[in-house]
Design a protein around this ligand. Structure first.
Ligand SMILES: [Zn+2]
Length: 281
């Protein structure tokens, strides 16, 4: 039985294991945790390790430990083997993404593309970019007939906004973030997404997929990313920015909370303050 004051609010933290968590990741994890816990909801942890080139298994245990050390404890996703700690892993869900991909193809919303980054850069006059610097694909292969399979690089979505983004990279077998995140959020019943504002550009991509698949749109809240003193976004692959343990834990939580108080709407801060005081005092 769900608690009566549980409004079925569901949120998640979904890091890629490309390095240890840094202060920016902690800010996002804390924001999402407080957002959900302030409404007695469930908070899932999902390891987004579908990028087989960049994900490293050694960081998975470290990330989980860093979260626990900082008092950010996830709810257990049911029906998993106990060695999974209630966490879902995208690398084990490829069959699920494939099923949704086949569905998109069956309703004629995908196409095979043989363009590479290099071939696109040579057609610079055709290529447009999103504000984030991501390529807005110029639809070269969209209506191509009889593409030679050995030349195919990616499977793309036929979008309605001229941003035919990648669903799957056939060269590596990896599904794209913009696609998998939508499937998992739907299957985990996620109603609220809190993420860094560097991912803002994926909203339109998410919505394209959600619309075709008939998924509801979760509420999305963007947190301004944390920058170093040179104004650069912190990176998981930069050893210097990783979270520290021991006596630094409390300080890092306080710093994260200060970042949220400075940058988030005051109505949201007011909503989550009691949860902050309950879990972190
Ligand atoms: Zn192409």
């Amino acid at each position: 039985m769900e608690k009566t004051n549980d409004k079925n609010v569901r949120g998640r933290f979904a890091p890629s294991p490309t390095g240890p968590l840094h202060l920016g990741s902690l800010v996002t994890a804390l924001a999402s945790f407080l957002d959900v816990k302030s409404e007695n909801g469930k908070f899932w942890l999902r390891i987004e390790d579908s990028d087989s080139q960049r994900s490293k298994s050694k960081f998975i245990g470290l990330i989980k430990q860093q979260l626990i050390d900082h008092g950010i404890v996830w709810d257990v996703w049911p029906n998993l083997g106990h060695e999974k700690d209630g966490v879902i892993y995208q690398s084990e869900r490829q069959h699920i993404y494939s099923n949704f991909m086949y569905y998109l193809s069956s309703v004629d919303r995908t196409f095979l593309c043989k363009c590479t980054r290099k071939s696109l850069s040579q057609k610079n006059h055709l290529v447009k970019y999103l504000e984030s610097g991501e390529i807005r694909y110029p639809q070269i292969c969209r209506n191509r007939k009889g593409t030679c399979l050995s030349q195919v690089q990616t499977l793309r979505l036929k979008s309605t906004n001229r941003d035919d983004f990648v669903i799957k990279r056939l060269t590596t077998g990896d599904f794209s973030y913009a696609f998998t995140v939508v499937i998992d959020d739907y299957l985990q019943g996620v109603t609220r997404v809190v993420r860094g504002d560097d991912l803002k550009f994926t909203i339109e991509r998410n919505r394209q997929v959600q619309t075709i698949l008939g998924f509801p749109f979760p509420t999305i809240l963007h947190v301004p990313v944390v920058r170093d003193c040179n104004g650069r976004k912190l990176s998981k692959t930069d050893e210097h920015s990783k979270l520290l343990g021991g006596k630094f834990i409390k300080k890092q939580i306080t710093q994260s909370w200060t970042h949220l108080r400075k940058n988030m709407p005051s109505s949201w801060i007011e909503k989550v303050t009691p949860a902050y005081e309950t879990f972190f005092f």
